[in-house]
Design a protein around this ligand. Structure first.
Ligand code: NAD
Length: 235
């Protein structure tokens, strides 16, 4: 029998217990930075050096953090479900926990690509490459001669992976949302594409302001919430 399709949409909260701050926690990495400045395309045009430093720091920090039990539980569910992970996170903790089908809606910290000109945000997947945990600086050029930039979707930019994400969600038998405030669009609207018969579980210690009768809230941190979710679906 074909495995049921379990689509998991994750936000910053799934990595919080690994020590990566969410936007809303006013501690750690974000404390000294305005997200609108370091996470927007306008911010990049205003001060490339500042953004490069910020993402170099985030990338270096990623080397020292580890997946937590929530990332591992999501990966382990592949034994029984056809699991697809759609993450808003730019970290690589789902990969390192063993998940095999992951869509990074907002890009990946360990990858870079050419800037390709002001106001021209187009690029081809062939131009994206992995730099691991290394730093990039002003003057570092891609093979086409353009300044390298982080492979991150900033506020003000298109979200090219939204179409495949909609496709995955619209085929889900079960949708699980973990650690997302559901306030950053278009990711926040993805759950609406779940088939009417699909239950939607939402793990978050805080109340998330969405109103959909299908949503089954699990008000816990990700690690504890994943255990409860697995009990609830009978695995
Ligand atoms: P968000 O910061 O807006 O919301 C995080 C949610 O996680 C909140 O609802 C919070 O209550 C919840 N949360 C906090 N601790 C938790 C825990 N231990 N377990 C479960 N949930 C917990 O994050 P978002 O919705 O992902 O969107 C903001 C944007 O921030 C995204 O675009 C994302 O790319 C970016 N971001 C990414 C990372 C990362 O890659 N790890 C970290 C910070 C921000």
């Amino acid at each position: 029998m074909a495995k049921k399709k379990l689509v998991v949409l994750t936000g910053a909260g799934v990595s919080a217990e690994s020590g990566i701050s969410t936007f809303r926690d006013s501690n750690g990495l974000w404390e000294n930075y305005d997200p609108q400045e370091v996470a927007s395309i306008e911010g990049w045009y205003r001060n490339r050096a500042l953004l490069l430093d910020f993402y170099n720091m985030m990338r270096a920090n990623l080397r020292d953090v580890r997946p937590n039990d929530a990332h591992r539980a999501i990966a382990a569910l592949e034994a029984d479900y056809d699991v697809r992970v759609i993450t808003q996170n730019v970290d690589n903790l789902h990969e390192r926990a063993g998940s095999t089908r992951i869509l990074h809606l907002h890009g990946e910290l360990t990858k870079v690509r050419p800037e390709n000109g002001v106001y021209d945000q187009t690029y081809s997947e062939k131009e994206v490459f992995d730099i691991g945990y290394e730093a990039i600086h002003l003057g570092d050029k891609a093979p086409n001669g353009s300044q390298l930039r982080p492979h991150i979707v900033w506020f003000g930019e298109a979200v090219p992976k939204i179409e495949p994400a909609i496709d995955w969600v619209s085929q889900a038998d079960i949708l699980l949302i973990v650690g997302s405030s559901l306030s950053v669009y278009p990711a926040a609207g993805l759950y609406r594409y779940a088939p009417a018969a699909a239950p939607i579980y939402l793990i978050d210690p805080q109340e998330v302001a969405v109103h959909d009768a299908r949503i089954i809230p699990i008000r816990e941190k990700a690690t504890v919430g994943m255990k409860k979710f697995i009990e609830m679906i009978g695995k």
